[in-house]
Write a protein that binds this ligand. Structure first.
Ligand code: NOJ
Length: 544
């Protein structure tokens, strides 16, 4: 058992982004309002009642800026506008107002690592070597034999360098060649982004999720990346090299701190960084004095074995890593990774929701996971994701997790009167919001109950841990705020389990994933609970 006495009972003046729950919307797929088969801002506006009914606190919207959509919005051609596909600036303002009128918060996506190759900055930069914006991007000469400057690989396949015949140099792109990397060593680039952050903060956005920040800087002397020791033949070629010289460079930390200073000029804003780094590399993202990012996304549940021992170890390891000023957070899925219900199986989806919403730290939910949506097989002729197109056959494609939200049994699950840009999941007639709302035993209603419980119980939203342990297949932890202690037990196996609880008697069961409350024998001296297969419970403990 791991006891944790360091992180008890957080300050009761906790901010909204510490107490609250974030809900990620992939805007192409949430709700289409104009019949073009792609979701939009007016669609999101029309569904705010749902989000309020569900009980989340903040909405993060993946990019809606003007974009040629080579990477579906992560290739921005104008940072201070809205793509017509998603609506207008007036639609944005209307959405922001409506979100705030419901006392919800709005988080935008910021994409600072790269622009679209159609951004006016890049058009200028590639026009000539003398152009004042030449140095806004990362340009380098070819090797003597004409080869790229080094061995760096694009995350989306092939070399990370593309030759520009017109100016006779290569430019660097961590992702697609249509996403040239900005040169963050150039002060004008930094100043341009200061303007972008201020533009949206002034318009009232409550924070940013900052895309792929670990890629912001590359080694200035362009050293080759060494082979990835974990790579095996048959693995995706994009992972063949470690990213030693292309990610997590020390020049990053001052930039994060600078953004934090800028955010701190405003009241109550949040910065969230996206960086897939090991647990022991997350701390610097908080800043050595808690003066960088508020919430460095923690993706480690996504790769963790779905069993009690590894999960208990992960939670304890993550808690140990946190600097004293660092607020934790957890993510179960997003628009880039397999759906949680597919990863753990439908029988465990409820436990997954219970885990996410009872751990210490801000949870980020992914749209549709509250319905148990699974990965949707995409027929080859309907593949949209450039990653899948470039590096086919490794299961990297993200279309399966970006399919339309299912609302009801009307055409296309109520997502759009037109043909959806990606197919709707096969069981949409039963797996939709309407159907699950009227079923008290649905995952949707469980998620809603968990959100309400988290809001009601400070022990869950901002409390500490009083123990995290694995009891056979059951993951257990106790959340605590003052004298109030709440036990969570998740049976991660498909068989019944019995958990002894020495020194911890249950006062009352607050919530179970399904079925009757667990049996607590009172005829034995050691309190215990019995869980049915795949069952999770949240229970109030008696005073010690
Ligand atoms: C991470 C985003 O989540 C992903 O969708 C995108 O393709 C890359 N960054 C590049 O911007």
């Amino acid at each position: 058992m791991i006891e944790d006495h360091d992180h008890k009972d957080h300050d009761h003046r906790a901010t909204w982004w510490q107490r609250g729950v974030i809900y990620q919307i992939y805007p192409r797929s949430f709700q289409d309002s104009n019949g073009d088969g792609v979701g939009d801002l007016a669609g999101i506006l029309a569904r705010l009642d749902y989000l309020q009914w569900l009980g989340v606190d903040a909405v993060w919207i993946s990019p809606v800026y003007p974009s040629p959509m080579a990477d579906f919005g992560y290739d921005v051609s104008d940072y201070c506008n809205i793509d017509p596909l998603f609506g207008t600036m007036a639609d944005f303002d209307a959405l922001a107002d409506a979100i705030h009128a419901r006392s919800l918060k709005l988080i935008m996506d910021l994409v600072p690592n790269h622009t679209s190759d159609r951004h006016p900055w890049f058009n200028e930069s590639r026009a000539s070597r003398e152009n004042p914006k030449r140095d806004w991007y990362v340009w380098r000469d070819a090797k003597r034999d004409g080869a790229p400057p080094n061995n760096w690989l694009s995350e989306f396949g092939g070399p990370a360098w593309t030759w520009d015949a017109h100016t006779q140099q290569y430019y660097y792109h961590a992702y697609l060649s249509a996403q040239p990397d900005l040169n963050w060593r150039n002060p004008d680039v930094r100043a341009a982004f200061d303007g972008i952050l201020k533009f949206w903060f002034d318009r009232g956005v409550d924070g940013f999720r900052i895309d792929t920040v670990q890629h912001l800087f590359e080694d200035e002397s362009l050293r080759d990346n060494p082979p990835n020791p974990d790579w095996r033949p048959g693995d995706a070629p994009t992972a063949a090299l470690s990213r030693l010289y292309t990610t997590d460079r020390p020049e990053l930390w001052p930039v994060l701190k600078h953004w934090r200073q800028l955010a701190d000029i405003y009241q109550d804003r949040v910065l969230i960084s996206e960086a897939y780094v090991p647990v022991d590399k997350l701390a610097p993202y908080y800043g050595d004095r808690g003066d960088a990012v508020h919430l460095p996304f923690n993706f480690h549940l996504i790769g963790c074995d779905w069993s009690a021992g590894p999960l208990a170890d992960l939670i304890a390891r993550y808690e140990r890593m946190l600097p004293p000023h660092g607020w934790p957070n957890w993510v179960l899925g997003n628009h880039d990774r397999a759906r949680i219900a597919s990863r753990v199986g439908p029988a465990q989806a409820a436990n997954a929701a219970m885990l996410l919403l009872t751990l210490r730290g801000t949870p980020t939910m992914y749209y549709g996971d509250e319905l148990g949506m699974t990965n949707v097989a995409i027929p080859p002729d309907q593949v949209r994701d450039p990653w899948e197109k470039n590096v086919a056959g490794y299961g990297l494609g993200r279309d399966p997790v970006r399919t339309p939200m299912a609302w009801d049994t009307s055409a296309n699950a109520g997502f759009s009167p037109g043909l959806p840009w990606l197919p709707v999941h096969a069981d949409w007639k039963t797996r939709n919001v309407d159907a699950q709302r009227s079923d008290p035993a649905s995952l949707l209603n469980l998620t809603r109950a968990l959100l309400a419980l988290r809001r009601r119980e400070s022990a869950l939203s901002i409390g500490g841990y009083d123990g995290i342990w694995a009891a056979g297949p059951v993951l257990c932890y106790v959340r605590q705020s003052g004298a109030r202690r709440i036990l969570v037990c998740l049976n991660l196996a498909d068989r019944a389990a019995h958990v002894a609880l020495p020194g911890r008697a249950i006062e009352s069961v607050l919530l179970t994933t399904d079925g009757p409350p667990p049996f607590q024998p009172n005829s034995v001296s050691v309190p215990a609970i019995s869980l049915s297969p795949n069952q999770g419970i949240v229970a109030l403990l008696k005073d010690a």
